[in-house]
Design a protein around this ligand. Structure first.
Ligand code: APR
Length: 170
């Protein structure tokens, strides 16, 4: 069990056990939230990612947070939107589930997510929000640890989409 909330802000300042990074399969950084997290964490984050030799879409890898206020960073490559007929929905759900599982395996009880795949990767925001909210709430119902999960939306349009997705659930 646990709680899920949507907030608006900058995930790099989250003082939580783990923040999730919308990475790419190289795990070697990029733009968007990936770039912001690497800039805030410092060069040790990049060095910690190199040994993974990348990560498949839908899986996740965990590193310390280094100079971030968050203890851990969970790097998960979301699916690139290719029209919706290439397993994108299942892969996006897998990112959330895999990241949550990895977080609790490392004793995390507060986890912040960005809006995976809805930036550079072009995933339609309303579809991504519905998948994320459904996956997170189903996972919270199934596990017996108490976890606080938040979606940290960078802008008001994203926040509204995830809040609407939450409303659609109840
Ligand atoms: N805090 C929270 N959310 C943020 C922040 C931030 N500091 N900066 C950006 N975002 C938001 C974006 O506004 C978007 O809503 O993160 C969401 C995901 O967008 P992207 O960062 O573009 O991630 P994604 O669409 O998953 O594409 C991943 O982009 O940066 C590259 O290396 C990354 O190749 C990968 C691809």
């Amino acid at each position: 069990m646990g709680t899920f909330d949507v907030i608006q802000g900058d995930i790099t300042i989250s003082r939580v056990d783990a923040i999730v990074n919308a990475a790419n399969t190289t795990l070697l950084g990029g733009g968007g939230v990936d770039g912001a997290i690497h800039r805030a964490a410092g060069p040790d984050l990049f060095a910690a990612c190199v040994p993974f030799n990348g990560c498949p879409t839908g899986e996740a890898r965990i590193t310390p947070g280094f100079e971030l206020p968050a203890k851990w960073v969970i790097h998960t490559p979301g699916p690139v939107w290719r029209g919706g007929q290439h397993g994108e929905a299942a892969l996006l759900a897998a990112c959330y589930r895999y990241s949550l599982q990895l977080a609790v395996e490392h004793g995390c009880r507060t986890i912040d997510f960005p809006s995976l795949s809805t930036g550079v990767y072009g995933y339609p925001l309303d579809q991504a929000a519905n998948i994320a909210v459904r996956t997170i709430t189903d996972w919270l119902t199934a596990v017996d640890v108490t976890v606080r999960v938040r979606l940290v939306a960078f802008d008001s349009q994203t926040a509204a989409a995830y809040r609407e997705a939450q409303q659609n659930l109840t």
